[in-house]
Design a protein around this ligand. Structure first.
Ligand SMILES: Cc1ncc(COP(=O)(O)O)c(C=O)c1O
Length: 379
């Protein structure tokens, strides 16, 4: 049976990227590779919407989250963590590992944070050095209002805004320079439609000032080293040569189709999925604050979402993600990032219809597919 990877990371990789990466290996300390590296960093600036240097790390996204903390903060510093899901929780864990104190805003899963809550805390507690958040919380499908939050931090020299954009960058615009974000992180296995293994991180001038004072331990992920080398078109350690070659193919493609078209694609796939499922009585988990990078759909009352996930795999070879922790058994998650297209979305809605009718959910057969198909005509 053919397998369809439809998880919100890793995502399917297009053939033209795979073929680029199949070429013979190049040594990294050569002019040839330096040009490849330089081209990649230039291309990333466009996607990150910045004139700052975007650093390429050989790590998964968590490596860049770890580096964001260890390179800007010091032991005993205090941060404000917006915790509305598994990846918000990860900020808390990283801070704890480094002896960084945290104040937490617990956000109900499936809801976006209210910026006024952040504003209140920042007004009262002047010791907070950083706000840590996700632009797109992949465990719930929520998009947090980064632009609004940046307004609270951008004119203050004593606080930085650190944004995990791992399922945001490339899927929808996060305007790093314009909004005044201080750190933004992306990951290769998401909207960059590549295999896992690269993380991207950019720091504002304010964040680099924080870097000068930071006393937390760092070596492999020392961003000042990465920055110094990146300006010389290289990296401090052996880079993930093959992945960077693939990255250039992706960035070339983004350039060709245009970022606006790319964002529009995610947005239409998202709407088609949401409305398709609504037509058969299923609700979006992140209603009103949906990230267009993925759809997180609630299973119908009385039906374990795990059965939908298992059924799709067994019957149709479709791999979607289930829910974690408190959302386990309640939701299933589908990517709009990566090499997915109209046919993938039609297939998954049809597949879920097939599984749900076996599980006894009552709906008009074909209503989901029909609604989804109609919206996808706009793409
Ligand atoms: C929003 C978000 N943050 C962080 C991560 C962690 O990234 P990685 O698994 O690449 O370390 C993920 C991965 O799914 C994510 O979606």
């Amino acid at each position: 049976m053919k397998n369809y990877v439809l998880t919100p990371g890793p995502v399917p990789v297009p053939e033209f990227v795979m073929l680029e990466m199949a070429k013979p290996i190049i040594h990294h300390r050569t002019e040839e590779f330096e040009e490849i590296f330089f081209k990649a960093t230039q291309g990333l600036k466009k996607v990150f919407m910045t004139k700052e240097e975007v650093l390429i790390l050989a790590s998964s996204g968590t490596g860049a989250m770890d580096a964001a903390i260890s390179n800007t903060l010091s032991k005993g510093d205090k941060t404000l963590v917006i915790n509305g899901g598994k990846f918000g929780e990860r900020w808390l864990k990283i801070c704890k590992a480094y002896g960084v104190d945290t104040v937490e805003i617990k956000v109900e899963w499936g809801k976006a944070v209210d910026p006024s809550q952040i504003e209140d805390i920042l007004k009262k507690d002047k010791d907070i050095k950083a706000v840590l958040i996700q632009a797109s919380e992949t465990s719930t499908g929520v998009e947090h209002p980064i632009k609004e939050i940046a307004k609270l931090t951008k004119d203050r020299d004593d606080i930085i805004l650190i944004v995990d954009g791992i399922t945001a960058v490339g899927a929808f615009p996060v305007e790093f320079d314009k909004w005044g974000v201080d750190i933004l992180i992306g990951g290769s296995q998401k909207a960059f439609m590549m295999p896992p293994g690269l993380a991207f991180i950019v720091l504002s001038q304010k964040a680099w000032e924080f870097n000068k004072k930071s006393n937390l331990p760092k070596f492999y992920l020392d961003l000042s080293q990465a920055h110094k080398n990146s300006l010389k078109k290289t990296s401090p350690w052996t880079p993930a040569v093959t992945l960077i070659v693939g990255l250039n193919a992706v960035l070339g493609y983004f350039d060709k189709i245009g970022l606006d078209r790319l964002y529009e694609k995610h947005s239409i796939l998202s709407q088609a999925t949401t409305e398709g499922f609504e037509a058969i009585g299923l609700e979006n988990f992140a209603k009103g604050c949906t990230s267009t990078a993925l759809s997180v759909i609630k299973s119908p009352e009385g039906i374990d979402a795990g059965l939908i996930v298992k059924g799709l795999k067994k019957k149709y070879g479709m791999i979607v993600a289930g829910g974690q922790d408190q959302a386990k058994g309640k939701i299933f998650r589908i990517t709009h990032m990566g090499y997915v297209d109209k046919a993938d979305i039609i297939a998954v809605v049809a597949g879920v219809e097939g599984i749900l009718s076996e599980l006894g959910h009552k709906f008009t057969s074909g209503a989901g597919v029909s609604r989804t198909t109609k919206i996808l005509d706009r793409l």
